[in-house]
Design a protein around this ligand. Structure first.
Ligand SMILES: *[C@@H]1O[C@H](CO)[C@@H](O)[C@H](O)[C@H]1NC(C)=O
Ligand SMILES: *[C@@H]1O[C@H](CO)[C@@H](O)[C@H](O)[C@H]1NC(C)=O
Ligand SMILES: *[C@@H]1O[C@H](CO)[C@@H](O)[C@H](O)[C@H]1NC(C)=O
Ligand SMILES: *[C@@H]1O[C@H](CO)[C@@H](O)[C@H](O)[C@H]1NC(C)=O
Ligand SMILES: *[C@@H]1O[C@H](CO)[C@@H](O)[C@H](O)[C@H]1NC(C)=O
Ligand SMILES: *[C@@H]1O[C@H](CO)[C@@H](O)[C@H](O)[C@H]1NC(C)=O
Ligand SMILES: *[C@@H]1O[C@H](CO)[C@@H](O)[C@H](O)[C@H]1NC(C)=O
Ligand SMILES: *[C@@H]1O[C@H](CO)[C@@H](O)[C@H](O)[C@H]1NC(C)=O
Length: 481
């Protein structure tokens, strides 16, 4: 190392490019490159459980608010242990992917609990959606209208039907029979007595059988990895959590997309959404975010104390770059720890006229951001100063024309030391047009991202390096923004 530093110094003094041992010779790079593996943080279950005991997401319709208000969008009720309420941008109350509304028959509902005709109580529960007044000419007529109301309320899987007396607001309406829609299932244990003089009677609960929360939830830009099961992930790469007002995987995806990158792990690439039952009652909906994808093998947290995990699903963010982490490239024979090439699974490196090996793929853990594979820009042999181009071997597939995407990657330019790395650079080209540049001279592994718009069969190129100013790139992802 000392020897190489002296070489670097000599090289700088001579203003010559020929004194640094090139990557092709398997030389050690500058010590500050900071190779890294997975971020070490694991799921902070204790904080999630503690916050779940404090948050109150239960509500209902025993007050003077008018009927038939539009639903609130899915809201965040806590972030990383702090209780707060905020709307999720882009979330759309009429676009709830869970339990879509549609015509159901009364037989598609089951009576969950019967009412009490004298002093009863209404449900105060999670995922309150909205309420309406149904005909109070007879309970049976009101019940029939209630089925239709729930059918037509997006997300409704349960309703609570009851008479409400001594409410001045209702005296001015044409009925006092309330049907309250919820986006989750509730029980008689969740009835809360009204405040006098309000009196509630015949408070019954009906659950939808036709559409349940076990239905597959399609989330744009993500793939369902597992679920629903009754265990949550406990895995490394954890970035934090949010509580949601409803079981809304699309809202969780939105939070993952908007989460700021982790310095080591990069962007959010996976989320685990689950429902917390406390003493058997729905209490909150956890959205746990990860910079490293995981799967059912780490879903080991079934709950703690009175809290149990239910409806747990894992979703992985879909990248459109095959082998963006260069890990599929291995040596021949495979036990060899060092090799490089201009072609690797999913990638091609090209050199301009007069250059050779100006863009390559290396299999060598010390050069990699994580694992063993990494892309190199700049002549691997140090024999020419031309910039090379690394590009996915095939046009990118599965992109939706007109949609916004984001190119993300990690970059390092420390190999030759501070002076020689000064001219290091990477240009990011999307369909041949420059969409971003990295011109930071000497720099340890750093996360970069640039927005692009898809047109279909798009191409992505990384051009750069000027040996002995080397640029390494790793963990390249292309995500729907
Ligand atoms: C959330 O959105 C609803 C309806 O769009 C609005 O009434 C409410 O004030 C918003 N809440 C916050 C905390 O921004
Ligand atoms: C919200 O829903 C409406 C109606 O379905 C749709 O036109 C609109 O594009 C949606 N907005 C977002 C941000 O998804
Ligand atoms: C209210 O509930 C009681 C007990 O189930 C029942 O006897 C009574 O008929 C109900 N009232 C109506 C209007 O359905
Ligand atoms: C109905 O309410 C009264 C008064 O609160 C209570 O004493 C009675 O046990 C309840 N009956 C049922 C069947 O829940
Ligand atoms: C029906 O609702 C109206 C309006 O609130 C009320 O005046 C009337 O007493 C209700 N009828 C019954 C049977 O509760
Ligand atoms: C990760 O761990 C560090 C050090 O313990 C801590 O400061 C940080 O808040 C943790 N991040 C998350 C998301 O838990
Ligand atoms: C889960 O992920 C681990 C580590 O990436 C992998 O070894 C395992 O095969 C995966 N299991 C399933 C069921 O996909
Ligand atoms: C992408 O390429 C395929 C195969 O060449 C072609 O069939 C398809 O129409 C192209 N799509 C777009 C959006 O250009």
């Amino acid at each position: 190392m000392l020897f190489r530093r002296i070489l670097v110094l000599v090289a700088a003094l001579c203003a010559s490019a020929q004194y640094t041992l090139p990557p092709a010779s398997q030389a050690a790079q500058d010590s500050a490159s900071g190779t890294s593996d997975l971020p070490s943080n694991s799921t902070d279950t204790a904080s999630i459980v503690q916050t779940a005991q404090m948050v109150n997401q239960k509500s209902g319709a025993t007050d003077g608010t008018p009927p038939d208000l539009p639903q609130d969008p899915t809201q965040v009720t806590a972030v990383d242990g702090l209780i707060m309420v905020s709307n999720i941008s882009n979330s759309n109350s009429t676009d709830v992917p869970v339990h879509r509304a549609g015509k159901r028959a009364p037989s598609d509902y089951a009576l969950v609990f019967n009412g009490n005709n004298t002093y009863d109580a209404a449900v105060q529960g999670t995922a309150y959606l909205t309420y309406t007044l149904v005909s109070n000419a007879s309970y049976a007529e009101g019940l029939a209208e209630s089925f239709t109301f729930c059918d037509n309320t997006p997300g409704c899987v349960f309703f609570n039907l009851f008479y409400e007396f001594n409410n001045k607001y209702l005296d001015s309406q044409n009925s006092n029979l309330k049907c309250v829609a919820f986006g989750d299932f509730h029980s008689a244990a969740e009835k809360v007595a009204p405040i006098a003089p309000t009196v509630i009677q015949n408070s019954t609960g009906y659950a939808s059988l036709a559409q349940t929360s076990a239905d597959v939830q399609v989330v744009e830009g993500y793939e369902l990895v597992f679920g629903p099961i009754s265990a949550a992930n406990n895995a490394p790469g954890y970035m934090g959590f949010a509580f949601l007002s409803k079981y809304d995987p699309s809202a969780c995806a939105e939070l993952c997309n908007q989460r700021g990158p982790d310095a080591v792990g990069g962007a959010c690439k996976y989320f685990n959404i689950w429902r917390a039952l406390v003493d058997g009652c729905p209490t909150t909906y956890t959205c746990a975010m990860y910079s490293a994808p995981t799967n059912v093998s780490t879903a080991t947290n079934t709950g703690q104390g009175t809290l149990s995990v239910t409806l747990s699903r894992g979703y992985a963010r879909q990248s459109h770059i095959p082998d963006g982490d260069f890990e599929a490239y291995i040596c021949d024979p495979p036990q060899q720890t060092f090799c490089f090439a201009e072609k690797a699974p999913g990638w091609i490196g090209t050199s301009p006229t007069g250059g050779q090996f100006d863009a390559t793929i290396f299999h060598y853990a010390p050069y990699s951001h994580g694992g063993t594979g990494v892309g190199l820009l700049g002549c691997a042999f140090g024999s020419d100063p031309q910039p090379g181009t690394l590009t996915p071997a095939a046009p990118l597939s599965g992109l939706l024309p007109g949609r916004a995407y984001v190119v993300q990657f990690f970059h390092s330019s420390t190999y030759s030391g501070v002076q020689l790395e000064a001219p290091a650079f990477v240009n990011v080209l999307w369909n041949g047009a420059l969409v971003g540049s990295v011109n930071v001279g000497y720099s340890p592994w750093t996360f970069w991202e640039f927005p692009v718009t898809a047109v279909g069969n798009d191409t992505l190129q990384f051009t750069g390096g000027k040996a002995p100013a080397y640029d390494f790139i790793d963990d390249v992802y292309l995500f729907l923004a």
